[in-house]
Structure formats: structure tokens, C-alpha cells
Design a protein around this ligand. Structure first.
Ligand SMILES: Nc1ccn([C@@H]2O[C@H](COP(=O)(O)OP(=O)(O)OP(=O)(O)O)[C@@H](O)[C@H]2O)c(=O)n1
Ligand SMILES: C[C@](O)(CO)[C@H](O)COP(=O)(O)O
Length: 244
């Protein structure tokens, strides 16, 4: 625990325990930076520090937070934690794919019998608390819930003849957090990995229906360089009490 955490308010007590796995085990090839994008600077602090703060908010009552990192970056993260205010968490080494990293995070939660677990991208540093809370609650009520938003652009499907328009009213852009009953997520991650998995909902959906929760357009995933500029502007706006 960071000494500055000692005086923070106690976590909210909840009947159903809440856990979170923050996956930050990727290398950021699309960003093309000199280090993984989760360590890049966003308004004076590494992206991942911002992301963790979203989940250490005592109002959420998360009992255990697991951070998954590339094995070769564990020392880098330790140095970051020594310099920045980061709440209590455990660290595990990830795998070659996001799926393998989530599995490693789940293994860290093996001693817990039950609860609801959130899986969240370490590179989504702007997720509003209301979205996290709503996703945990929906998973508590329905077993599996993911945050998603309506597409703002028109969407076309590629075909052999060229392309055709899709009805975007029937489409959703999926974000994280993605929250699940702990036992359900464990069972889903015992099945073999498929190349079609892009998120946790795609791993779980053969076992259980996925409930969609209203996400937020500010909850962007930092993927390519321009996302950092947008994230910085959004962060400034979200810190302005007029906007939040
Ligand atoms: N082996 C992996 C791959 C991805 N992730 C995490 O999953 C989230 C979403 O993945 P993505 O944005 O694709 O991150 P990268 O894999 O780092 O990026 P890229 O695909 O551009 O290499 C990120 O927080 C990333 O760190 C992970 O934990 N382990
Ligand atoms: C999990 C995710 O962020 C939901 O939108 C997304 O699927 C991650 O995809 P990526 O290819 O790893 O960026």
C-alpha cells in the first residue's frame, strides 16, 4: 500500500464481493511508441496509473484488484508505483494474447469462492465510475454484462461484390469493463482459446447471455497516437466540475 492511501476512506461493504482484473499485458504495436502504451504519459502520469485509480475508488468497493503486465515490464511498473499514488493491487505476468492475460489474472483470484469480477483494459483510463458501477450491478443481476455504445458513424460490411450498408441501430461498439459472475468467467476461460475471441464477452457468450450496459463515448481505448491527444482533452474536461 502506498503511504498516502492509509488515510483514504474504507472500501464500501457489499454483500457480493467485487474483484477487478486490469489487463495491461500488451506491447502496443499499433501505437508504435518506445514503450508499451499503458506506460505512456497522459497529463503527467502513466496511462495505467489513471486506469487503476478508476477502480480503487472506494465507492465501488472492489476487494481485490489484479494488474496483468508483460513479464519483462514488472520492474518498470514497480518503479512507476514508487513515484505515483497507486492504490493496493496485486501484479501478475500476462501471456501472448489478451485471452492468456485474462486467464493469468483469473488464476490470481483462485482463492475466492464467489463474487463478481470486472475485466478492464489497462488502456481505458477515462471510464466514468457510473459505467463501472452499472456494469458490476448488471452482472450481479444477470451474470454477464458489458459496457457498449451506439456507433456514431455509418457502417459497411465488406463483401465479394464490394460492400453494403449495415443497420447501425442494431450494432453496438463494445467497451470495457466487462463484468461476470466469477464462477461463470472461470468456466468460460477453461475452454480452449479461439482466434475469434476479441474480448471477454466473446469468450463467455456460448455459456451465458450477455447483458449490454450503456457505456460512454469518453471511455476510449488508447490504441493509436491520436488517441492520446483526445484522451488528454477529455481528461481535462472531466476534471472540470462543470462537466462531471
Ligand atoms: N497479450 C496481451 C495483449 C493485450 N493485453 C491488454 O489488452 C488490452 C487491449 O488490447 P490492445 O489495445 O490490443 O493492446 P496491445 O495488444 O498492447 O496493442 P496492439 O494490439 O496495438 O499491439 C490492453 O490493455 C492490453 O495491454 C494484455 O493484457 N495481454
Ligand atoms: C476488449 C476490447 O477493448 C473491447 O472493445 C477490444 O475488443 C480489444 O481489442 P484489441 O484488438 O485487443 O484492441
Amino acid at each position: 500500500m502506498n503511504p498516502s492511501e492509509a488515510s483514504s476512506p474504507p472500501p464500501r461493504a457489499l454483500a457480493t464481493p467485487r474483484y477487478a482484473i486490469i489487463v495491461a499485458g500488451g506491447s502496443g504495436t499499433r501505437m508504435g511508441a518506445d514503450r508499451p502504451k499503458q506506460f505512456l504519459d497522459l497529463a503527467g502520469e502513466p496511462v495505467l496509473v489513471h486506469t487503476l485509480r478508476r477502480f480503487t475508488d472506494p465507492e465501488l468497493g472492489v476487494q481485490e484488484l489484479v494488474v496483468v503486465l508483460p513479464a519483462e515490464q514488472l520492474a518498470v511498473w514497480a518503479a512507476i508505483c514508487a513515484q505515483h499514488q497507486v492504490g493496493p493491487h496485486t501484479v501478475v505476468a500476462g501471456g501472448a494474447t489478451r485471452w492468456a492475460s485474462v486467464r493469468a489474472g483469473l488464476a490470481q483470484l483462485a482463492r475466492h469462492a464467489s463474487g463478481v469480477v470486472a475485466v478492464h483494459d489497462g488502456v481505458r483510463p477515462l471510464t466514468p465510475r457510473t459505467v463501472i458501477e452499472a456494469t458490476y450491478q448488471a452482472a450481479h443481476n444477470h451474470g454477464a454484462a458489458v459496457a457498449a455504445v451506439v456507433p456514431k458513424d455509418s457502417v459497411r460490411n465488406l463483401s465479394q461484390q464490394g460492400s453494403y450498408a449495415l443497420n447501425r441501430a442494431r450494432l453496438r461498439l463494445v467497451q470495457t469493463p466487462q463484468c461476470f459472475d466469477l464462477d461463470l468467467l472461470r468456466r468460460a476461460y477453461q475452454l480452449p482459446e479461439l482466434s475469434t475471441f476479441t474480448d471477454d464477452a466473446s469468450v463467455v457468450e456460448d455459456l451465458h447471455a450477455i447483458t449490454l450496459v450503456e457505456g460512454d463515448y469518453r471511455n476510449l481505448k488508447i490504441t493509436t497516437p491520436e488517441d492520446l491527444f483526445v484522451a488528454e482533452a477529455l481528461l481535462r474536461a472531466m476534471r472540470d466540475p462543470v462537466n462531471e
